[in-house]
Design a protein around this ligand. Structure first.
Ligand code: SAM
Length: 318
């Protein structure tokens, strides 16, 4: 059906994201020893502005993720919504920054692929085994569960089913919780993403939600981005929420979050450690500075807090 085809196009975005990340790491933009086990080849060359954009995305998201884990001293859980082939779990483990438990949710087809890779690549399974107390890990085609890492297959548009599955694997509403969604909610309608964001604020009293996606989509450049995706059968169903930084914040504030903030990626790029930015700017010559600027102005990180336990998690922003 049409909706199957649309979901398939959305699932394909996961390969795009991973192969761009793989390429940028092969050029030295940042280090990720694990992505090679999910994406075999660095693949075709990506333009320097794309690599810099991914650099800002990955560094910006990691900055907020690590700040939350430090603030809660690891006494928290992380739920990555639409995680795709993300490697955060392994990188956090290497950095001694694992939360009590790290959860991932994605479509069954993506989850099955991810679990297959984990099962067959020792550098991936090693970290799971090392952080697990018994000698048996729960793993089937559609879910994986261990002491510190859990993957479930669910549709983010069916929040109750997802909640059921996560609770079966000990997702704990009493624990400070960080939600991540990186280029995910934009593929859902504003109603669907609002429902997801509301579920998170209704269910968890001390939480942070970090979202990365397109913004400022109403202008000419934004329209071209939308058309390019449509040419590949991919619809930005959430384009309305991506009108402005304000609409990004409103999605959270209208759904019960106490405070919300949003920055476009041009601003985030300027807030990253400038020594490292100078390093990556030397990696590849970039002719079209303006193109990079436009690109970065059309993506944003938004985040929201609830802090009933008064942990001061709201200082975990930028
Ligand atoms: N977050 C990863 C990253 O940034 O590398 C993957 C991003 S990819 C662009 C979008 C991911 O969201 C895909 O893996 C896709 O399968 C997942 N996704 C989108 N809509 C979803 C839904 N309704 N239910 C579950 N997963 C979904």
């Amino acid at each position: 059906t049409d909706s199957d085809a649309a979901d398939e196009a959305v699932r394909a975005t996961c390969d795009d994201a991973s192969s761009c990340k793989r390429f940028a790491t092969s050029k030295g933009y940042w280090s990720d020893p694990y992505i090679q086990y999910f994406v075999r080849q660095a693949g075709e060359r990506k333009a320097p502005e794309i690599n810099r954009g991914y650099y800002a995305r990955v560094q910006g998201m990691s900055h907020l993720l690590e700040a939350f884990i430090r603030r809660t001293e690891g006494n928290c859980q992380v739920v990555n919504l639409g995680a795709g082939l993300d490697t955060n779990f392994w990188r956090l483990k290497d950095g001694n920054l694992l939360p009590k438990k790290y959860f991932e949710v994605d479509f069954p087809m993506i989850v099955a692929r991810k679990i297959h890779n984990i099962k067959t690549k020792p550098p991936l399974s090693k970290s799971l085994i090392e952080t697990h107390s018994t000698d048996s890990l729960m793993m089937d085609g559609h879910s994986l569960d261990s002491d510190r890492f859990c993957i479930v297959a669910a549709d983010l548009r069916d929040v109750l089913d997802m909640e059921d599955k996560l609770k079966k694997f000990q997702l704990d509403p009493g624990l400070p919780t960080l939600f991540l969604s990186e280029c995910v909610m934009v593929y859902m309608t504003p109603e669907q993403s609002s429902r997801l964001v509301r579920w998170a604020s209704d269910t968890f009293h001390t939480a942070m939600f970090i979202n990365y996606e397109q913004v400022n989509m109403a202008d000419r450049f934004g329209q071209v981005m939308i058309e390019n995706l449509q040419r590949r059968q991919c619809t930005l169903a959430g384009a309305d929420t991506c009108q402005s930084l304000d609409s990004q914040k409103e999605r959270f504030l209208n759904a019960g979050w106490e405070s919300a903030d949003a920055l476009d990626m041009m601003t985030v790029y300027g807030l990253l450690p400038q020594e490292d930015v100078a390093r990556i700017e030397r990696l590849e010559f970039l002719d079209e500075k303006e193109l990079l600027q436009q690109l970065l102005q059309h993506y944003c990180i938004s985040w929201a807090f609830k802090d009933k336990l008064r942990l001061g998690t709201s200082t975990a922003g930028f």
